[in-house]
Design a binder for this molecule. Structure first.
Ligand code: E4P
Length: 220
């Protein structure tokens, strides 16, 4: 599963990239607004930091305007993936942009039926929002599982990006469900490293080593 950071914060993105495990980025209007910088300039800067897909969302709500906006966003950098919401207009725009060779991430997907429409429209990515479904009492991951099965049944090429992941368990379950991509806040990515037995084990190894040797062996 590819790991994307769900963040528009440049420091977080630089840190994630330095770990060598980040494959791309998703942003949304809320995350961009938090950074308080000109949108296109900020997306360009993100593309300079991250080698991989960078989703940038349209804010128009009418199909033809989404298409114009999407075309402009796609010009920023070859790695930009245009994000359109899963509305009637969003699906129309997805279909038009996809036919023009522009890659679209259809966002705000909350049912398998919506995901079917995104695939039919030629979406490059569909984003089911797991955490937001959990928030209202559903099991969000069931949606990822259903979409995986439906896309497999018909050989749809649209990639499933498990979004709104709020915990390491969400990330593991998304991988088990077969999502091609999981996007997560920096905090969740950071938490994936942790286990008390890793810390305890390393501490013991180093103590045992130090009882016999004074220095680390020199490589080579
Ligand atoms: C994905 O593209 C969205 O930006 C994101 O995952 C939403 O997450 P949230 O529900 O935690 O805000």
């Amino acid at each position: 599963m590819k790991i994307f950071l769900d963040s528009a914060n440049l420091d977080e993105l630089k840190k994630g990239m330095s770990w060598g495990i980040v494959d791309g980025v998703t942003t949304n209007p809320t995350l961009i607004a938090k950074e308080g910088r000109p949108f296109q300039e900020h997306i360009r800067e993100i593309c300079g930091i991250v080698e991989g897909d960078v989703s940038a969302e349209v804010v128009s709500t009418e199909a033809s305007k989404m298409v114009s906006e999407g075309r402009e966003l796609a010009k920023i950098h070859r790695n930009v993936v245009v994000k359109c919401p899963l509305t009637r207009d969003g699906i129309m725009a997805t279909s038009a942009l996809s036919k023009q060779g522009i890659r679209v991430n259809v966002t705000l997907c909350f049912t398998a039926g919506q995901a079917l429409l995104a695939a039919k429209a030629g979406a490059y990515i569909v984003s089911p929002f797991v955490g937001r479904l959990d928030d209202i009492g559903y099991t969000g991951m069931d949606l990822v599982r259903s979409i995986t099965q439906i896309y497999k049944n018909y050989g749809f090429k649209t990639q499933i990006l498990a979004a709104s992941l709020r915990s390491p368990t969400h990330v593991i379950d998304a991988a088990l469900a077969g999502a091609q991509i999981g996007t997560m806040p920096f905090k969740v990515l950071d938490m994936l490293f942790n286990h008390p037995l890793t810390d305890r084990g390393l501490d013991q190894f180093l103590k045992d080593w130090a009882k016999v040797f004074q220095e680390a062996p020199v490589a080579g």
